[in-house]
Design a binder for this molecule. Structure first.
Ligand code: ZN
Length: 398
């Protein structure tokens, strides 16, 4: 009996390995592409402190980051929105990312504010701001469109300085929200643990450049030029090296999770880490070397090979909307659609229509939903966790 069990286990492992081999091969046909977007440039200097200009700081950081990624991950394709001191309109940056079919979009900026004592790094994902402070950062970065030609037509009357313009970000349909948050959290963790920066956290706000991309996207504010010490740090060899290395390591962790399709597990670990870090506030930060192996161990623990070999329940739903305030699940709140359900995650409410196990059935439901919600799209789940539609279909074909 023991022998039979052992053989069964072996065959399950072999079966899984064979499948994962086929699947991994399918993914690796396309190389991982990353767009590095140094903000501002040309006649738009961005924030300025004495003679240190945001446009120069972020361009140097971008080029260094590109070099590190090239050294550490030579298979990654890198696209720069600019490599010289030139002005590029926001919409062109996003268009470049879409045209290159990128897997990740990183916009690099440096911050400033009227209070010189404020310092630290923060990383934004697209969403509705929770504080006026976050709105101000978005206003400042978006106001660059005012010096673009014909901005009013191009951005459909969006006024970067009016708070009312930002209401639309509360109903924004962000298919890549979870991946963007994962990447943002990895960057912030590394800034804090490797570069020893003051961690201002992962935040949401309405950045036009993030809104127009169609991939996981983040906007990094690498520090405050209005803080004298931080301005010097951002402009120094040490600062540039540490910050670029931190982002490069975050890309590496993100890419690994992308390739092993363990995004969900990685994300929940990042959340756990953040929680732990908060409770340890005031104590010494853990040494940088320990953070990566920890993630690895957790991934192995949460995704044992034999566990994955048994068939998993896969289903599809139609994602309708995302809000930051909870809506009652009544048809009048969803343009007349019924059987809408909700999933809450980190203060974000996602609303889904229908639930089907067959892909053909969900395609029909999508047509129904599309009559009410133009942006509705198919979301796939495996045992309650959201996965990509490709992955769900691959799982069903096993
Ligand atoms: Zn900026």
């Amino acid at each position: 009996m023991v022998v039979i069990r052992y053989l069964l286990l072996i065959s399950l492992v072999v079966l899984y390995s064979a499948n994962s081999h086929v699947y991994a091969k399918k993914i690796s046909n396309k190389s991982f592409t990353i767009v590095i977007d140094p903000g501002h440039g040309g006649h738009d200097p961005g924030a300025i402190y004495q003679k240190i200009r945001e446009k120069d700081v972020v361009l140097n950081l971008a080029i260094r980051l590109g070099r590190y990624i090239n050294q550490e991950m030579p298979d990654v394709k890198i696209v720069f929105t600019r490599k010289t001191d030139v002005f590029i309109p926001l919409h062109e940056r996003a268009e470049k990312a879409i045209a290159s079919k990128a897997d990740l979009f990183l916009s690099l900026h440096a911050n400033s504010c009227p209070t010189p004592s404020v310092s630290g790094t923060e990383t934004f994902v697209l969403g509705m701001h929770k504080t006026e402070e976050n709105l101000d950062v978005a206003k400042k970065e978006n106001s660059v469109i005012l010096i673009e030609d014909d901005y009013s037509t191009r951005y459909e009357g969006f006024d970067p300085n009016s708070s009312e313009s930002y209401i639309m970000f509360d109903l924004v349909q962000e298919e890549y929200f979870d991946q963007s948050v994962t990447m943002a959290a990895l960057v912030q963790n590394n800034f804090k643990n490797h570069a020893k920066r003051n961690d201002r956290g992962v935040k949401q706000a309405g950045f036009l450049v993030l809104r127009q991309t169609s991939m996981p996207s983040i906007l990094v504010e690498a520090g405050y030029l209005s803080n004298e010490a931080e301005a010097q740090y951002l402009n120094s060899e040490k600062g540039q090296t540490e910050l670029a290395k931190s982002i490069c390591d975050a890309v590496k962790s993100y890419k690994t999770s992308y390739e092993t399709k363990n995004d969900f597990e990685l994300k929940s670990i990042v959340n756990e880490e953040t929680k732990e870090d908060r409770s340890n506030e005031g104590q010494h930060a853990p040494p940088a070397e320990t953070s990566k192996p920890e993630i690895k161990t957790e991934l192995q623990k949460t995704a044992p090979i034999v566990e994955k070999a048994r068939p998993k329940e896969v289903y599809y739903s139609i994602q309708l909307a995302v809000t930051h305030t909870k809506l009652e699940l009544k048809p009048y709140n969803f343009r007349g659609l019924d059987s809408v359900y909700m999933i809450e995650n980190n203060g974000v409410y996602k609303y889904y229509y229908a639930r089907e196990q067959s892909f053909e059935a969900i395609l029909k439901r999508k047509e129904e939903a599309k009559q009410h919600y133009n942006d509705a799209f198919i979301a796939a789940f495996c045992e309650g966790k959201q996965i990509s539609v490709d992955e769900a279909r691959a799982l069903q074909q096993r």
